[in-house]
Structures are given as C-alpha cells and as structure tokens.
Design a protein around this ligand. Structure first.
Ligand code: SAM
Length: 273
C-alpha cells in the first residue's frame, strides 16, 4: 500500500473508532481540560478561535462563552451531533467543520487562538500537526493544548494498550509523545513559538478499578475497538487485567472504591509577533 493510501486508511479507521462507543459521555468526564485550555489561552471577546480535534466542544464551548467567534473542527463529524446540542444548551453559536488536524482547511494566520483539548495528540503525524497549528495561528497569537501526560493515568493507559494493538504504520507516532515536554519542545523547535508547560489533573471515580475499566471499554472508542479485536484471539482478558492493575496501582481512594487523578500537560505556545 502506498503511504497516501495507508494514511487515508488509518484516518478512516480513526474516524470510525472515535465515532464508536459513546465518546460524548466520556467527554463529560473531562470538561475541566477544555475549560482549563480555554482559560490558559485568555480567550477574548471578539477574537477568532479554532478548536482542533474538538469532539463535542470541550474547549470550543468555554471559548464561545468568553465571547469569541469559534470554529470547532474534528475528523469525526458524528461527534458534532452532541456538540451542537451542548452548544445550544450553553447558549452559544459555534461553527462545526469536519477537518483533519494534519490538513486544516484554513488560510495561514487566520486565528488569534488555536486550542486543542485531549485532541491533536491522537493524530498520527505529530510534526505535521505542529506545523499546521503554527500555520493557522496569527503572529502574536496563542496555541494552547491539553494533552494526557505520558506518565499520567490515561497516558500510561495508552502505553499499556500499545503492545496489544497492531503495529502502527512507520509514519505514525503514538499519542503519549504529545504528553512529554521534550517531545513537544522538539516538535516546535523550528517554529517561532515560546513554550510554557504546566500540569493539571482530572479525577476519575467509580465503584472499583474493574467497574471503571468496563465502563470505559463500553464507551471509549479506542478501548471498545481493542476489546472487539482482542476478544477474537483470546487476548482481551490479558489487556483488561493489565489495565485493572494500572488502575489499582494508581488508585488513591481510601474507602475501597476507585479514584485516580489523571495528569495532563497544558502547553502554551506564544507565536512571535
Ligand atoms: C479524546 S477525544 C477529545 C475530544 C475533545 N477535544 C474533548 O476534549 O473531549 C480525541 C478527538 O480527536 C479527534 N481526532 C483524532 N484524530 C484526528 C485527526 N487526525 N484530526 C482531527 N481530529 C482528530 C477524534 O475524532 C476525537 O474527537
């Protein structure tokens, strides 16, 4: 298969994966990340904002509530149904556009602010995404990303899944990279941006590590698809056990239930004027 058709096939798989399960309900568990990304960006009324890999609008909606003109873009338009409903409930108008983070359909320097909440780290070609984020941001503008930290709960969740999944194409890099400071510095090294990093955490709670994992496997497309594939060759229980062991190791609940603080890296990139 040529690289182009392998890339198209991978994107098609990614779109179907994120459309599967019930990502909108998972997004409700991580609204703090989008709020924090929009806050760190200091979104101003009247400014033009792009949310990349916006899903159901966790960063787009707070940006619109701040009075910005917001475009929410994502590879998976199926998620816009919930996004439009949430925006209507919040009383804001957002434009929803199907777009690949690696090939944004916007002119150079179009946006004052470019946001992504747990989004761009799931596109396969990290350098291409970094180039696109900088390209569509105006000089003097700001890019803010919230990415699962590689050594946090969901970052380690993805690293645990990795060996169970088919090897990705050579051009693809795994999502946890975007949650490592050195990797992000390298991605932006050739761009006129000044980077700052902070860490925050989202708390997940459930009755037990097993209950959380099984809920996640029903609703989080990437784990739902892994379960479907690995169930066919008898390896699902091994991955499930590994992920429950991870949850048990990181459990901070003291009452016999399950609670983890999943760290994410907030990356603020100021583009030189
Ligand atoms: C974990 S979800 C985050 C969604 C949302 N930003 C949030 O905070 O809930 C990851 C999102 O990345 C999107 N995505 C994956 N690959 C993408 C790509 N190449 N271009 C644009 N969006 C992509 C998925 O469709 C999904 O909506």
């Amino acid at each position: 298969m040529s690289t182009i058709s392998a890339l198209e096939a991978l994107k098609d798989t990614h779109r179907k994966t994120w459309a599967s399960g019930d990502y909108p309900s998972i997004a409700e568990l991580v609204t703090d990340v989008g709020a924090s990304v929009a806050r760190e960006a200091g979104v101003r009324a009247g400014s033009e904002v792009l949310d990349v890999a916006a899903g159901t609008g966790n960063a787009a909606i707070p940006a619109a509530l701040a009075g910005a003109q917001v475009i929410a873009s994502d590879l998976t338009p199926e998620l816009f149904v919930a996004g439009r409903r949430r925006a209507a409930e919040a009383g804001v108008a957002i434009e929803w556009i199907t777009a690949d983070a690696e090939d944004l359909p916007f002119e150079d320097a179009r946006f004052d602010t470019v946001l992504s909440s747990l989004g761009v780290q799931f596109a396969p070609r990290h350098e291409v995404v970094a180039d696109e984020l900088v390209r569509v941001c105006r000089p003097g503008g700001t890019i803010v990303l919230g990415n699962w930290a590689a050594d946090g709960y969901i970052g380690r969740f993805w690293s645990t899944m990795g060996p169970y999944l088919p090897a990705p194409p050579t051009f693809a890099s795994p999502p946890p990279g975007w949650g490592r400071v050195e990797h992000v510095e390298a991605l932006f090294a050739d761009h006129p941006v000044e980077l700052t990093f902070t860490r925050e955490a989202v708390r997940f709670e459930d009755a037990s590590a097993e209950a959380f994992l099984d809920m996640f496997a029903d609703r989080y497309g990437p784990l739902l698809q892994a379960r479907a594939k690995l169930s066919q060759d008898g390896r699902w229980n091994a991955l499930r056990d590994d992920l429950i062991a991870l949850g048990t190791e990181m459990n901070i609940a003291t009452d016999g239930t399950f609670a983890v603080g999943s760290d994410y890296l907030v990356i603020v990139a100021h583009k030189a004027a």
